[in-house]
Design a protein around this ligand. Structure first.
Ligand SMILES: [Zn+2]
Length: 184
């Protein structure tokens, strides 16, 4: 996995495509939470579920179908009446992409098994052809080790920096809101 911090950064960066001041902050919080939920599958290790199993790490919870299901659940539980400042379709698309971005980043790491993007139809594990991100340890404590520094450096370079460039580009290319002077 990439670290939870970096998954959140990716989700917030995607959110800039929809950002407007009037959009409820709950949307960005929901996107951030959705981006880390797939890694709840690590609790399976405690119950004897193996890495390569259906419910194993990077298994079903990292799939596109899971991203769609989670989007449906979050829409129903948190945004049943929509979100101020954002239509249902863009909101759903954002939650889906925030969740799905998790698997994409994991598939760019240099360790572990691949990601079951197409589960439950195909439980094969896949990596992207380009894997520059150092894999993050499964245990939180080991993240704060000398090896953790190298992981952080790798994530800053390959996730945080592109996420910041993407967000700034989106914000700069955005058409300006009509100013008060445009009112007749
Ligand atoms: Zn993961």
């Amino acid at each position: 996995m990439a670290s939870a911090f970096s998954h959140v950064v990716a989700a917030l960066s995607l959110g800039t495509c929809l950002y407007r001041p009037e959009v409820s902050k709950r949307v960005w919080v929901a996107g951030a939470v959705c981006s880390v939920i797939p890694d709840l599958d690590v609790v399976g290790f405690r119950f004897g579920i193996r890495y390569a199993d259906f419910w194993g790490h990077r298994g079903f919870t990292h799939s596109l179908v899971f991203a769609a299901l989670l989007t449906g659940v979050v829409m129903f539980v948190c945004f049943r009446h929509g979100a101020p400042g954002l239509g249902r379709l863009p909101l759903s698309a954002y939650l889906f992409l925030a969740t799905a971005s998790h698997g994409v980043l994991d598939a760019m790491t240099n360790g572990g098994l691949g990601v079951a993007f197409f589960s439950p139809f195909n439980n094969g594990r896949y990596f992207l052809p380009w894997r520059p991100i150092r894999v993050s340890p499964l245990s939180f404590g080991r993240f704060f080790s000398p090896q953790g520094y190298l992981i952080l450096k790798s994530e800053l370079l390959w996730i945080w920096l592109p996420a910041a460039v993407f967000a700034l580009t989106v914000l700069m290319l955005r058409p300006r809101q009509p100013g008060a002077t445009a009112v007749n």
